[in-house]
Design a binder for this molecule. Sequence first.
Ligand code: NAD
Length: 460
Amino acid sequence: MSNIHNILSKQKAFFSTQKTKDVTYRLELLKALKSEILSKEKAIYKALKEDFNKSEFESFISEFGLVVSELNLVIKNLKKWAKPKRVKASLLTFPSKDYIYKNPYGNVLVIGPWNYPFLLTMEPLIMAVASGNTVVLKPSELTQKTSSLIAEIIANVFPKEVATVCQGDKDISTQLLAQKWDYIFFTGSAKVGTIVAKAAAKYLTPITLELGGKSPCIVDDTTDLKLTARRIVWGKFLNGGQTCIAADYLIVKKNIKEVFIEMLKKEIIRAYGNNPKRSKDFPRIIDKKNTERLAKALNNVDVIFGGEIDIENKYIAPTLVDSPNLDSQLMTDEIFGPILPILHYKTEKDIENIIWNSEKPLAFYIFSKNISFVENTLKKFEFGGGAVNDLLIHFGNPKLPFGGVGSSGMGTYHGKHGFNTFSHEKSIVKRGTWIDPPARYAPYGFKKLNIIKKLFKWFG
Ligand code: NAD
């Protein structure tokens, strides 16, 4: 029996003991996880620094801090979330007490990406455990230090039959995907998302796919340009541009484009200095392969700022590119790096032509004070979620469901939405035996039908 099969068999056996249905047990595990994570705070920053030069500040705001907040939220609310919820009886169920029970799916597989390697593995794991599932977690092979630390943290807190980590590359992923899971939660590229969906289809396993895409950012001429430039530079170059919800490219109103580009340049220098390679706050590209991919995308385009490439040191400078062709690599593939193409528009039709050139994006941003333009634009385009007059921040509110649509993903999580994602909602109607209206039973006849029709009319 292979190791993976062995682990899953143990988790299946443990799930059937009903122990994970006990909310108090789940809370004990989550509290233990919180104290283990708090005790490893420095080690987590060190691992992220070693994996891709991520600063402590960025590691706190975009990984550690968010994981601890999510743990605090779930520890505070779990009892309430897990309780069966009473709903009103309907005409057909009355008289009855009707409930929605939140039930764990069972054995969950979580596969994570490398770009926020701590956050994007721990958050689904936390919610899967909170919902009463067992978990096998496969973190990315590209962030060796962080993935090993995650394995250590999980091993220190969870019995293997509740949660465990399988480290490795796509071969391990493939072996994991060949098993029969009760739920699969995948974060990564659309290409691998398709492989996951196919594997899940074999057993009709429900899935969440958190994927990527080309997220546009529109800047019109009513916005505060200086503040807009500052916010865009922050949101685009955070994590070295390796953020699934970063603005992939800008679409700027033509009459302000030149002046806005100058402001972007100033903001990049303000944030990372004249030589961002020396900035301790500017991360590296995750590996050589991705650095080469980004370098290739800069061939034959109009680089108007940055553009320095050092493949050996996995460095690409924060780079601005003017008006690349819509059929160039920069505008057909997700960029996922510190390169920002700047396109322009005169009419709303121009915006449509650019955005509808790509699949439905994960995020969408618009900087404008024109309320009707903002509302029309938000309604017109399909995308996972987004923000007005800022980047990324919709990720930070656990009350908002986070996820993509179409090729940017399916399903959502964060806060209670995450708990719901890993729970099956069982509908339960509890009826008494003290009354049993005879109208529904055969023999039917016109009289009974008339009574039923009247009831439908009254209650409908
Ligand atoms: P990836 O798809 O290459 O890898 C993700 C995971 O899948 C890794 O654990 C990897 O080992 C595994 N994997 C790779 N190839 C596989 C295969 N053939 N079969 C089975 N498993 C395989 O993605 P990545 O490079 O780690 O991350 C970048 C992508 O993830 C970007 O597209 C980005 O937009 C997306 N992303 C999305 C979100 C989100 O929340 N929606 C968050 C972060 C990243």
